[in-house]
Design a protein around this ligand. Structure first.
Ligand SMILES: [Zn+2]
Length: 240
């Protein structure tokens, strides 16, 4: 009986407190090249364990643009502090779909009068869920956050019906967000809001449009090359 109780207790303890707050790693910022930084935030997610989430800081001269907010308000504050400490001026953010790992910091950015952007579709979902919306929205599949520098493109549904990607033409960097899976990922990840039937087609659209990408950044996991597009297409096609 004692053993059973002890086992039950351990099981319960491991279910309820897999990660204490102080075990969640701090926001990580890593330089990808002279004008692009990767920001990675962490969260303990039920059923997945500790999950990392990627976003970018894109510099154009001294101006900084945030691609996806970190996964919490605290980490978004940290990110802003870091950007300001470098002497950069924050011009805006864009969120690549409605999930929290892309949008948790929108309200905070809004409170700091930093222009936030999302597609009209993303804003609609946020609004229906009672969450803070981006202050600016776009409707076209192809939207330039900054002309000639930062393109936001909708390749069709996949991870979610509103997922967009961000292309930096001058450096040939594609930020795929959660639509694109890391090389080490053996499945599609969180598919709660996915449109599986459209996912492989969206990956193909990216392959034909951004086939010359030098770096491809997935929403979660390690930065890779253009082969992540084919990897994702195959993972999604397997589910059809
Ligand atoms: Zn998502």
């Amino acid at each position: 009986m004692r053993v059973v109780l002890a086992v039950l207790f351990l099981l319960f303890a491991s279910m309820t407190s897999a990660y204490a707050d102080d075990e969640i790693p701090n926001l990580k910022i890593q330089k990808l090249n002279e004008s692009v930084y990767l920001h990675t935030s962490f969260k303990a997610v039920d059923g997945f364990g500790l999950v990392d989430s990627n976003g970018l800081i894109v510099l154009v001269g001294n101006d900084a643009y945030i691609v996806d907010t970190p996964w919490s308000v605290e980490d978004t504050e940290q990110l802003l502090e870091w950007i300001m400490l470098q002497g950069f001026s924050i011009k805006g953010s864009v969120s690549t779909h409605f999930h929290e790992d892309r949008t948790a910091g929108i309200q905070y950015l809004n409170s700091k009068a930093i222009p936030t952007y999302a597609s009209e579709s993303t804003n609609e979902i946020l609004s229906n869920a009672g969450k803070a919306e981006a202050t600016n929205s776009f409707v076209n599949d192809d939207f330039w956050l900054l002309a000639g520098q930062i393109e936001v493109f909708y390749p069709g549904a996949g991870h979610s019906k509103d997922n967009v990607v961000v292309w930096l033409p001058n450096q040939k960097i594609l930020f795929g967000g959660c639509l694109i899976r890391a090389k080490e990922a053996t499945n599609l990840g969180n598919t709660n809001d996915a449109v599986i039937s459209a996912w492989s087609g969206a990956a193909e659209t990216l392959q034909s449009r951004y086939g010359d990408a030098k770096l491809v950044i997935p929403g979660h996991g390690k930065v890779g090359d253009v082969s992540l597009l084919e990897h994702t297409r195959e993972l999604a096609a397997d589910k059809l």
